[in-house]
Design a protein around this ligand. Structure first.
Ligand SMILES: Nc1nc2c(ncn2[C@@H]2O[C@H](COP(=O)(O)OP(=O)(O)OP(=O)(O)O)[C@@H](O)[C@H]2O)c(=O)[nH]1
Ligand SMILES: [Mg+2]
Ligand SMILES: [Zn+2]
Length: 314
Protein backbone atom coordinates (compact mmCIF):
# COMPACT_ATOMS: atom_id res chain seq x y z
CA UNK A 1 0.00 0.00 0.00
CA UNK A 2 1.43 3.36 -0.88
CA UNK A 3 -1.01 5.93 0.28
CA UNK A 4 -1.24 8.87 2.56
CA UNK A 5 1.39 8.94 5.34
CA UNK A 6 0.50 11.11 8.36
CA UNK A 7 1.28 11.48 12.05
CA UNK A 8 -1.30 10.55 14.65
CA UNK A 9 -1.76 9.79 18.31
CA UNK A 10 -2.87 6.52 19.92
CA UNK A 11 -6.18 6.97 21.73
CA UNK A 12 -6.67 3.40 22.89
CA UNK A 13 -5.74 -0.10 21.96
CA UNK A 14 -5.53 -3.72 22.88
CA UNK A 15 -2.43 -5.71 22.12
CA UNK A 16 -2.69 -5.49 18.35
CA UNK A 17 -5.50 -3.16 17.27
CA UNK A 18 -5.22 0.52 18.06
CA UNK A 19 -7.40 3.55 17.58
CA UNK A 20 -5.31 6.40 16.23
CA UNK A 21 -6.45 9.98 15.85
CA UNK A 22 -5.00 12.12 13.08
CA UNK A 23 -6.52 15.57 12.89
CA UNK A 24 -10.19 15.07 13.67
CA UNK A 25 -10.36 11.56 12.27
CA UNK A 26 -10.07 8.31 14.24
CA UNK A 27 -8.94 5.12 12.55
CA UNK A 28 -8.55 1.46 13.49
CA UNK A 29 -4.92 0.56 13.01
CA UNK A 30 -2.70 -2.46 13.02
CA UNK A 31 1.05 -2.44 13.23
CA UNK A 32 2.75 -2.99 9.91
CA UNK A 33 5.19 -5.87 10.22
CA UNK A 34 5.68 -7.81 13.42
CA UNK A 35 6.89 -5.42 16.09
CA UNK A 36 7.87 -1.84 16.62
CA UNK A 37 11.44 -0.96 17.44
CA UNK A 38 12.14 -0.31 21.16
CA UNK A 39 8.98 -2.03 22.35
CA UNK A 40 10.21 -5.59 22.42
CA UNK A 41 9.74 -7.26 25.76
CA UNK A 42 6.64 -5.24 26.58
CA UNK A 43 3.23 -6.75 27.19
CA UNK A 44 1.73 -4.19 24.78
CA UNK A 45 3.65 -2.29 22.11
CA UNK A 46 1.71 0.99 22.26
CA UNK A 47 -0.26 2.90 24.86
CA UNK A 48 -2.61 5.88 24.77
CA UNK A 49 -0.57 9.01 24.15
CA UNK A 50 1.92 7.34 21.83
CA UNK A 51 2.74 9.37 18.74
CA UNK A 52 2.83 7.27 15.60
CA UNK A 53 3.20 7.53 11.85
CA UNK A 54 0.47 5.80 9.93
CA UNK A 55 -0.19 4.96 6.34
CA UNK A 56 -3.72 4.89 4.94
CA UNK A 57 -5.15 4.36 1.49
CA UNK A 58 -6.68 7.83 1.44
CA UNK A 59 -7.50 10.60 3.93
CA UNK A 60 -11.05 9.20 4.10
CA UNK A 61 -10.02 5.64 5.06
CA UNK A 62 -11.29 4.21 8.35
CA UNK A 63 -8.33 1.89 8.75
CA UNK A 64 -4.59 2.36 8.51
CA UNK A 65 -1.27 0.74 9.26
CA UNK A 66 1.12 1.95 11.94
CA UNK A 67 4.57 2.32 10.40
CA UNK A 68 6.55 3.59 13.38
CA UNK A 69 6.31 5.20 16.79
CA UNK A 70 8.10 8.32 18.02
CA UNK A 71 10.50 8.15 20.89
CA UNK A 72 8.51 8.66 24.07
CA UNK A 73 9.11 11.72 26.23
CA UNK A 74 7.71 9.82 29.20
CA UNK A 75 6.32 6.36 29.70
CA UNK A 76 4.19 5.27 32.60
CA UNK A 77 4.42 1.51 32.94
CA UNK A 78 3.98 -1.13 35.58
CA UNK A 79 4.79 -4.79 35.90
CA UNK A 80 2.01 -6.97 34.55
CA UNK A 81 1.97 -10.05 36.75
CA UNK A 82 -0.25 -12.07 34.49
CA UNK A 83 1.99 -11.53 31.48
CA UNK A 84 5.19 -11.35 33.55
CA UNK A 85 6.21 -8.36 31.45
CA UNK A 86 6.18 -4.59 31.78
CA UNK A 87 2.96 -3.03 30.56
CA UNK A 88 2.83 0.44 29.04
CA UNK A 89 -0.05 2.37 30.62
CA UNK A 90 0.27 5.83 29.09
CA UNK A 91 2.86 7.60 26.97
CA UNK A 92 4.02 11.20 26.82
CA UNK A 93 2.04 12.29 29.85
CA UNK A 94 2.84 15.33 32.00
CA UNK A 95 1.06 14.29 35.18
CA UNK A 96 -0.37 11.28 37.01
CA UNK A 97 -3.39 11.61 39.23
CA UNK A 98 -3.10 8.96 41.88
CA UNK A 99 -6.82 8.59 42.53
CA UNK A 100 -7.91 7.31 45.91
CA UNK A 101 -11.00 7.39 48.13
CA UNK A 102 -11.30 7.92 51.89
CA UNK A 103 -13.93 5.14 52.00
CA UNK A 104 -15.80 2.80 49.62
CA UNK A 105 -13.37 1.36 48.69
CA UNK A 106 -11.36 1.89 51.89
CA UNK A 107 -8.43 4.29 51.91
CA UNK A 108 -5.26 2.41 51.00
CA UNK A 109 -2.10 4.46 51.54
CA UNK A 110 0.04 1.42 50.79
CA UNK A 111 -1.38 1.40 47.28
CA UNK A 112 -0.77 5.14 46.89
CA UNK A 113 2.87 4.58 47.87
CA UNK A 114 3.27 1.98 45.15
CA UNK A 115 1.85 4.27 42.50
CA UNK A 116 4.07 7.10 43.70
CA UNK A 117 7.16 4.88 43.50
CA UNK A 118 6.23 3.99 39.95
CA UNK A 119 5.71 7.62 38.93
CA UNK A 120 9.14 8.48 40.38
CA UNK A 121 10.71 5.63 38.41
CA UNK A 122 9.03 6.93 35.27
CA UNK A 123 9.93 10.55 35.96
CA UNK A 124 6.36 11.80 35.82
CA UNK A 125 5.03 14.25 38.44
CA UNK A 126 2.14 12.91 40.52
CA UNK A 127 -0.71 14.41 42.46
CA UNK A 128 -2.73 12.55 45.09
CA UNK A 129 -6.40 12.98 44.27
CA UNK A 130 -8.68 12.02 47.12
CA UNK A 131 -12.08 11.58 45.48
CA UNK A 132 -15.39 10.80 47.26
CA UNK A 133 -14.55 13.44 49.80
CA UNK A 134 -18.30 13.86 50.32
CA UNK A 135 -18.31 10.46 52.08
CA UNK A 136 -15.81 11.05 54.78
CA UNK A 137 -14.97 14.60 55.64
CA UNK A 138 -12.05 14.94 58.02
CA UNK A 139 -11.44 11.32 58.97
CA UNK A 140 -8.34 11.86 61.14
CA UNK A 141 -6.49 8.79 59.86
CA UNK A 142 -7.07 9.75 56.23
CA UNK A 143 -6.19 13.39 56.91
CA UNK A 144 -2.98 12.45 58.65
CA UNK A 145 -1.80 10.47 55.65
CA UNK A 146 -2.96 13.05 53.10
CA UNK A 147 -1.12 15.77 55.00
CA UNK A 148 2.00 13.65 54.99
CA UNK A 149 1.90 13.30 51.20
CA UNK A 150 1.74 17.08 51.05
CA UNK A 151 4.61 17.42 53.52
CA UNK A 152 6.92 15.19 51.51
CA UNK A 153 6.24 17.19 48.37
CA UNK A 154 3.21 15.86 46.50
CA UNK A 155 0.23 17.93 45.51
CA UNK A 156 -2.88 16.70 47.33
CA UNK A 157 -6.39 17.57 46.21
CA UNK A 158 -9.63 16.60 47.96
CA UNK A 159 -12.50 16.36 45.51
CA UNK A 160 -15.90 14.84 44.96
CA UNK A 161 -17.08 13.81 41.52
CA UNK A 162 -20.53 13.56 43.08
CA UNK A 163 -20.85 17.06 44.53
CA UNK A 164 -18.35 18.82 42.29
CA UNK A 165 -16.14 19.77 45.24
CA UNK A 166 -12.65 20.74 44.06
CA UNK A 167 -13.38 20.21 40.38
CA UNK A 168 -12.56 23.77 39.30
CA UNK A 169 -9.22 23.58 41.01
CA UNK A 170 -8.52 20.18 39.43
CA UNK A 171 -9.45 21.46 35.96
CA UNK A 172 -7.01 24.34 36.49
CA UNK A 173 -4.21 22.00 37.53
CA UNK A 174 -4.51 19.77 34.49
CA UNK A 175 -5.15 22.51 31.94
CA UNK A 176 -2.97 22.20 28.87
CA UNK A 177 -1.53 18.89 30.10
CA UNK A 178 -1.81 15.21 29.32
CA UNK A 179 -2.83 13.53 32.56
CA UNK A 180 -3.31 9.85 33.39
CA UNK A 181 -5.68 8.78 36.17
CA UNK A 182 -4.51 5.71 38.05
CA UNK A 183 -5.97 3.85 41.00
CA UNK A 184 -7.92 0.90 42.29
CA UNK A 185 -11.25 -0.05 40.79
CA UNK A 186 -14.16 1.92 42.21
CA UNK A 187 -12.34 5.01 43.47
CA UNK A 188 -14.09 7.06 40.78
CA UNK A 189 -11.58 7.69 38.00
CA UNK A 190 -14.21 7.65 35.26
CA UNK A 191 -16.60 9.62 37.46
CA UNK A 192 -13.99 12.36 37.92
CA UNK A 193 -13.64 12.60 34.14
CA UNK A 194 -17.42 12.88 33.83
CA UNK A 195 -17.44 15.62 36.44
CA UNK A 196 -14.83 17.52 34.42
CA UNK A 197 -16.61 16.95 31.11
CA UNK A 198 -20.14 15.50 31.37
CA UNK A 199 -20.42 15.24 27.58
CA UNK A 200 -17.81 12.45 27.57
CA UNK A 201 -20.33 10.26 29.37
CA UNK A 202 -17.83 7.65 30.57
CA UNK A 203 -19.24 4.38 31.86
CA UNK A 204 -19.11 4.13 35.64
CA UNK A 205 -19.99 1.17 37.81
CA UNK A 206 -21.32 0.32 41.23
CA UNK A 207 -19.28 -1.17 44.03
CA UNK A 208 -19.41 -4.79 45.02
CA UNK A 209 -21.41 -4.55 48.24
CA UNK A 210 -19.96 -7.64 49.84
CA UNK A 211 -16.33 -6.66 49.32
CA UNK A 212 -16.66 -2.86 49.20
CA UNK A 213 -14.56 -2.59 46.11
CA UNK A 214 -15.03 -1.75 42.44
CA UNK A 215 -16.24 -4.12 39.75
CA UNK A 216 -13.62 -3.20 37.14
CA UNK A 217 -15.97 -1.19 34.97
CA UNK A 218 -13.35 0.42 32.73
CA UNK A 219 -11.59 -2.34 30.80
CA UNK A 220 -9.39 -0.42 28.36
CA UNK A 221 -7.29 2.72 28.79
CA UNK A 222 -8.49 5.58 26.66
CA UNK A 223 -7.30 9.11 26.01
CA UNK A 224 -9.91 11.85 25.88
CA UNK A 225 -9.77 15.51 25.05
CA UNK A 226 -11.44 17.87 27.51
CA UNK A 227 -13.29 20.89 26.19
CA UNK A 228 -11.48 24.16 26.67
CA UNK A 229 -12.42 26.28 29.65
CA UNK A 230 -12.31 29.98 28.79
CA UNK A 231 -10.02 31.98 31.03
CA UNK A 232 -7.61 29.18 31.92
CA UNK A 233 -4.05 29.99 30.89
CA UNK A 234 -2.80 26.44 30.25
CA UNK A 235 -2.29 26.89 26.55
CA UNK A 236 -2.61 23.90 24.26
CA UNK A 237 -5.10 21.12 24.52
CA UNK A 238 -6.05 19.23 27.65
CA UNK A 239 -6.13 15.43 27.59
CA UNK A 240 -6.92 12.85 30.23
CA UNK A 241 -6.27 9.13 30.11
CA UNK A 242 -8.76 6.94 31.95
CA UNK A 243 -7.30 3.58 32.95
CA UNK A 244 -8.78 0.32 34.25
CA UNK A 245 -8.64 -0.18 37.99
CA UNK A 246 -5.42 -1.78 39.13
CA UNK A 247 -5.67 -4.74 41.50
CA UNK A 248 -2.06 -4.89 42.51
CA UNK A 249 0.60 -2.36 41.72
CA UNK A 250 3.95 -4.02 41.19
CA UNK A 251 6.57 -1.39 40.42
CA UNK A 252 8.61 -1.93 37.31
CA UNK A 253 11.96 -0.59 36.17
CA UNK A 254 13.89 -0.33 39.41
CA UNK A 255 16.36 -2.53 41.24
CA UNK A 256 16.46 -3.12 44.97
CA UNK A 257 19.14 -0.48 45.49
CA UNK A 258 17.16 2.18 43.67
CA UNK A 259 14.06 2.21 45.84
CA UNK A 260 15.44 4.83 48.25
CA UNK A 261 15.83 7.28 45.39
CA UNK A 262 12.23 6.66 44.30
CA UNK A 263 10.62 7.69 47.58
CA UNK A 264 10.70 11.46 47.90
CA UNK A 265 11.59 11.86 51.60
CA UNK A 266 14.04 8.92 51.54
CA UNK A 267 15.95 10.17 48.51
CA UNK A 268 18.09 12.87 50.23
CA UNK A 269 19.45 10.15 52.55
CA UNK A 270 20.70 7.94 49.75
CA UNK A 271 24.23 6.66 50.36
CA UNK A 272 24.52 8.35 53.76
CA UNK A 273 24.12 5.26 55.98
CA UNK A 274 27.25 3.99 57.75
CA UNK A 275 27.21 0.92 55.52
CA UNK A 276 26.72 3.08 52.45
CA UNK A 277 25.06 1.49 49.47
CA UNK A 278 25.10 -1.97 51.06
CA UNK A 279 22.75 -0.88 53.89
CA UNK A 280 19.38 -2.63 53.65
CA UNK A 281 17.86 -0.07 56.06
CA UNK A 282 16.38 -2.78 58.27
CA UNK A 283 18.64 -3.27 61.29
CA UNK A 284 22.02 -1.75 60.48
CA UNK A 285 23.60 0.63 62.99
CA UNK A 286 24.13 4.11 61.62
CA UNK A 287 21.26 3.75 59.17
CA UNK A 288 20.03 7.21 58.22
CA UNK A 289 16.68 5.86 57.03
CA UNK A 290 15.99 4.22 60.41
CA UNK A 291 17.06 7.43 62.16
CA UNK A 292 14.68 9.42 59.97
CA UNK A 293 11.82 7.05 60.87
CA UNK A 294 12.57 7.52 64.60
CA UNK A 295 12.74 11.28 64.14
CA UNK A 296 9.41 11.33 62.31
CA UNK A 297 10.96 12.63 59.10
CA UNK A 298 9.80 9.42 57.43
CA UNK A 299 6.26 8.32 58.32
CA UNK A 300 6.11 4.79 59.75
CA UNK A 301 3.56 3.81 57.12
CA UNK A 302 5.84 4.94 54.32
CA UNK A 303 8.67 2.95 55.87
CA UNK A 304 6.41 -0.11 56.01
CA UNK A 305 5.64 0.38 52.31
CA UNK A 306 9.34 0.70 51.65
CA UNK A 307 10.07 -2.61 53.38
CA UNK A 308 7.33 -4.44 51.53
CA UNK A 309 8.37 -3.15 48.12
CA UNK A 310 12.06 -3.74 48.88
CA UNK A 311 11.27 -7.37 49.71
CA UNK A 312 9.72 -7.83 46.28
CA UNK A 313 12.65 -6.35 44.41
CA UNK A 314 15.67 -8.39 43.60
N1 LIG B 1 -20.21 9.28 46.99
C1 LIG B 1 -19.47 9.33 45.89
N2 LIG B 1 -19.49 8.33 45.00
C2 LIG B 1 -18.73 8.43 43.91
C3 LIG B 1 -17.88 9.54 43.67
N3 LIG B 1 -17.20 9.33 42.52
C4 LIG B 1 -17.62 8.12 42.06
N4 LIG B 1 -18.54 7.58 42.88
C5 LIG B 1 -19.21 6.28 42.69
O1 LIG B 1 -18.24 5.24 42.79
C6 LIG B 1 -18.56 4.16 41.91
C7 LIG B 1 -17.36 3.82 41.04
O2 LIG B 1 -17.09 4.90 40.17
P1 LIG B 1 -16.26 4.73 38.81
O3 LIG B 1 -16.09 6.10 38.24
O4 LIG B 1 -16.88 3.70 37.95
O5 LIG B 1 -14.87 4.18 39.37
P2 LIG B 1 -13.53 3.82 38.56
O6 LIG B 1 -12.39 4.23 39.40
O7 LIG B 1 -13.60 4.39 37.19
O8 LIG B 1 -13.60 2.23 38.53
P3 LIG B 1 -12.99 1.19 37.44
O9 LIG B 1 -13.36 1.66 36.08
O10 LIG B 1 -13.62 -0.10 37.82
O11 LIG B 1 -11.51 1.19 37.68
C8 LIG B 1 -19.80 4.64 41.13
O12 LIG B 1 -20.93 4.07 41.75
C9 LIG B 1 -19.80 6.13 41.30
O13 LIG B 1 -21.09 6.68 41.23
C10 LIG B 1 -17.88 10.60 44.64
O14 LIG B 1 -17.18 11.61 44.54
N5 LIG B 1 -18.68 10.42 45.73
MG1 LIG C 1 -13.54 3.52 35.32
ZN1 LIG D 1 20.31 2.47 55.86
Amino acid sequence: MSGDVVKGIVIKGSRNIFTVRAGKKEMECRIKGKILKDMEGFYNPLAPGDEVTIERRSPEADTALILSAERRKTLLARFNQKGQKPQALAANIDLVLCVTSPASPPFRPRFIDRILVQTEVCGVPALVLCNKYDLCLNDPDVEERLEDYGRIGYGVLRVSAKTGLGMEKLREMIDGKKTALLGQSGVGKSSVINALAPALNMKTGSLNEKYDRGNHTTSLSVMLELPEVPGLPGGGKTFVIDTPGIRRMVPWGLGRGELVSCMKEFAPLEGRCSYGASCSHVTEPGCKILEAVSAGVIHEDRYESFLRIQNELE
